[in-house]
Design a protein around this ligand. Structure first.
Ligand SMILES: [Zn+2]
Length: 408
């Protein structure tokens, strides 16, 4: 049960009930399509006349379309209803420190177009390049109407100003990206933190039971971001900064982090950490062999995380040890989430899941040892969806039509 926010509420009008029922209907069609009106009555418990009025309206607004005619032994043959998936196009943009991916998706979240580019070095260049691509793609499909643009960012977004406020791994400064991108494209823009986008992706598109309403995404890349959906809602906190578990210090004598602290969780458990473990081990190994007391620091650009995964797949011992160490530290942080928040599911997202067969059990063991409450949280690797951030950011825009309405 939510408390009524007396600073931000909408009183119920006669349209409110129809609005809610119409969203329920859209979701029922999405889940059970193709579906007849009779089955919609059965699933919703609404009267035939109500179902008929709402479906007519949704058809006239082009949210639903009528498909084939069903086969019944006798009586009137039902016409099945489908989501009109090409009713609206949604642009998803996933900004990562080096690479930016972009997709155009339909109402079902299916990608119609996909492209990628090197991440522009400045927000100015970003707005220019993205709006050019958006205009070009819209021109290619003039029959489609466009709902909006969702942008997933490796940083946090202030909810009230929609300014991008915290992005230690991207190097862009506080920016009013939303307004500038809206002006350049003419479409509504939503910004979201990448870990929240991953949580949304798993929540909307993951194959979980409808009773799952507490789900946490741990997005592992150059850093670690945590996105939380608790009681079915994304938790952002008043400033949009909630979820920065990656920057909770777990060892104050640890290496310095991009945020200024020492020994943050991500300094021990991110892709960059594994690369550092490997380079240090390699240097130590080399020095040991030569008997020299050489420099023990790796040169940046030595190996990438991708290289490390490949080395591990080939059975390279140092690479395997580095990944094991990373997994051990991932387990430490995940144990904190399990003990503190006891969600239904924790989903780990990132390249690291490629080695899940080996690393998953290490993480589970650490969590078992450290989380004395033993809740029933399932720890899983994100599914085969190749672009969880893109899918999640598209889900964010879709939520406006399929999510529960915010009243009172
Ligand atoms: Zn930090």
């Amino acid at each position: 049960m939510r408390k009524i926010d007396l600073n931000n509420f909408q009183v119920a009008t006669s349209e409110t009930a129809r609005d809610i029922n119409s969203r329920i209907m859209l979701n029922l069609v999405r889940k059970h399509q193709p579906i007849s009106r009779a089955d919609l009555m059965r699933h919703s418990g609404l009267q035939r006349s109500t179902v008929s009025v709402i479906t007519e309206q949704l058809i006239s607004e082009r949210w639903l379309r009528e498909g084939e005619v069903g086969q019944l032994p006798r009586g009137r043959r039902p016409t099945f209803l489908h989501l009109n998936e090409d009713r609206a196009g949604i642009f998803g943009i996933n900004v990562r420190p080096f690479m930016t991916n972009m997709a155009l998706a339909n109402l079902e979240g299916r990608f119609l177009e996909q492209e990628s580019m090197a991440t522009p070095t400045s927000p100015d260049e970003f707005v220019k390049q993205i709006s050019e691509r958006v205009h070009a793609l819209m021109k290619e499909r003039p029959q489609m109407s466009y709902e909006g643009i969702g942008v997933s960012l490796p940083g946090r977004v202030d909810l009230s100003s929609q300014k991008f406020i915290f992005a230690p791994n991207l190097g862009w400064h506080e920016e009013d990206l939303k307004e500038r991108l809206e002006r350049a494209t003419g479409l509504p823009v939503d910004l979201e933190n990448e870990a929240n986008a991953c949580a949304l992706s798993e929540f909307w598109f993951g194959r979980h039971s409808d009773s799952v309403s507490n789900l946490i995404a741990v997005a592992v890349s150059e850093g670690i971001g945590v996105g939380m959906i608790l009681n079915g809602q994304i938790v952002r906190g008043p400033s949009g900064l909630a979820g920065e578990f990656g920057h909770v210090s777990i060892n104050e004598n640890g290496p310095k982090c991009g945020c200024g602290n020492h020994g943050c969780w991500e300094v021990f458990a991110s892709n960059s950490a594994a690369v550092r473990y490997y380079s240090d081990a390699k240097a130590a190994h080399r020095n040991g062999k030569n008997g020299k007391n050489g420099k023990n620091h790796h040169q940046p650009g030595d190996v990438s995380f991708e290289d490390l995964l490949q080395l591990a797949e080939q059975g390279d011992l140092l690479a395997l040890e580095s990944l094991d160490r990373m997994a051990h530290h991932l387990g430490r942080g995940i144990a904190m989430l399990v003990t503190g928040l006891a969600p239904d599911i924790i989903v780990v997202v990132g390249e690291v899941t490629r080695a899940w067969d080996r690393l998953g059990p290490i993480i589970s063991d650490v969590v078992k040892q450290r989380s004395f409450t033993h809740p029933t949280t399932r720890i899983i690797a994100s599914g085969p969806a190749p672009q969880p951030r893109l899918r999640g950011i598209i889900a964010l825009v879709l939520q406006k039509h399929f999510g529960a309405p915010t009243i009172a």
